[in-house]
Design a protein around this ligand. Structure first.
Ligand SMILES: [Zn+2]
Length: 354
């Protein structure tokens, strides 16, 4: 049977101070709900979740079915975790349950939704929920799905705003929420959010110390979360800013390439890649470096350098004969390079092996 006009218009009755006579009943399952609309919007914005707002009144079977059936449904409770849940009910006679806060202190909460107090859902009904109705017919029960900009993206209802509503069965609510989640994408879990905040704090500290490499190492995993939330957007913007700085350093290195200062250029490019890991400039520097190293004359120069440096190391260790062999090969094969010249000098300076 369809309930016609359950109105939200009744003014909030005075709060009865029942805290002292709290019932001992343990809390029953219900979604975790935000206490204020500001909290709900903040959670939606920072976690990238949609808001699932339920509007009900008491003393009506169809309205109570939302709390007694939908809110206790296991599948609903599971998918509800992917949304910021808000419960709006202008009445307050739900009984009280004892629960514990995050600090372990005992709390007295609404028996319908033990994460909040009756005065929270009264305030939400009176001051916020009404704003989502298309007309002044504030009928219930109804669910609004709202984005962080406080726009209604979906109304989950069984009936009409003119005629009134029956409750939407749990499996239908779950199916609608699943479809919305697929379309909108999952937000951040509390654990992911906490991890992101820690990375952002570390990135800020690295920035304060001018350690751009460490800053990037902290920012890049945040960017990789690829969620439309404040933290990720901030990290993206900062990485783009750093990349701009890196592109200037890259341009300087590329001038060295153009001038033909091969070793200087390779060093400068390697520095860009090492200092700005994960940026577009670092990728471009790596590519420039590989291209440069791929040139035949550069390959020869690097091989000559390798031989010459091996010779120097052997000389330092007192292995003069082995060192001489390296220098000789260097002179023979790479006489046209700078290192062929240097090796020749080494051979001239060394006491003859006899
Ligand atoms: Zn309540």
């Amino acid at each position: 049977m369809r309930r016609l006009a359950a109105l939200l218009l009744s003014p909030a009755p005075p709060l009865l101070l029942l805290a002292g006579v709290a019932a001992a009943a343990p809390p029953r399952p219900a979604p975790q709900c935000a206490r204020t609309h500001e909290e709900a919007v903040e959670l939606a914005r920072t976690r990238g979740k949609l808001i699932f707002l339920t509007v009900v009144v008491d003393h009506d079977a169809e309205n109570r079915a939302v709390v007694e059936n939908v809110f206790r449904d296991k599948n609903f409770l599971k998918i509800a975790e992917e949304f910021v849940c808000v419960y709006a009910n202008v009445e307050d006679q739900h009984g009280k349950v004892k629960t514990k806060g995050p600090d372990g202190k005992p709390l007295v909460r609404c028996a319908d939704v033990p994460s909040i107090e009756c005065r929270d859902h009264q305030g939400l009904a009176a001051n916020w929920a009404r704003g989502f109705y298309p007309s002044s017919d504030a009928k219930t029960p109804v669910h609004f799905v709202i984005n962080a900009k406080e726009e209604v993206v979906e109304t989950i209802m069984n009936g009409s705003f003119e005629q009134g509503f029956n409750h939407v069965p749990a499996d239908e609510v779950v199916a609608k929420l699943k479809a919305l989640l697929q379309k909108h994408g999952k937000g951040l879990s509390e654990e992911e959010y906490k991890g992101m905040q820690e990375l952002l704090t570390d990135a800020k500290a690295a920035r304060a110390r001018n350690d751009v490499t460490l800053e990037l190492q902290k920012l890049l995993p945040v960017v990789a979360l690829a969620k439309d939330v404040e933290g990720v957007r901030g990290a993206q913007a900062r990485v783009a800013e750093i990349d701009k700085e890196a592109s200037k350093v890259l341009a300087d290195a590329e001038v060295l390439v153009a001038r033909g200062g091969v070793e200087e250029a390779l060093d400068a490019l390697a520095k860009v890649a090492a200092k700005y890991p994960g940026t577009l400039s670092a990728a471009a520097a790596e590519k420039d470096r590989k291209d440069l190293e791929g040139r035949p004359e550069v390959k020869r120069l690097l091989k000559a350098r390798e031989l010459y440096q091996e010779g120097l190391k052997l000389k330092e260790k007192g292995k003069a004969d082995l060192a001489r062999k390296k220098f000789e090969t260097c002179v023979r094969v790479y006489a046209d390079t700078k290192y062929g010249e240097l090796a020749k000098k080494e051979l001239g300076a060394a006491p003859s092996g006899g």
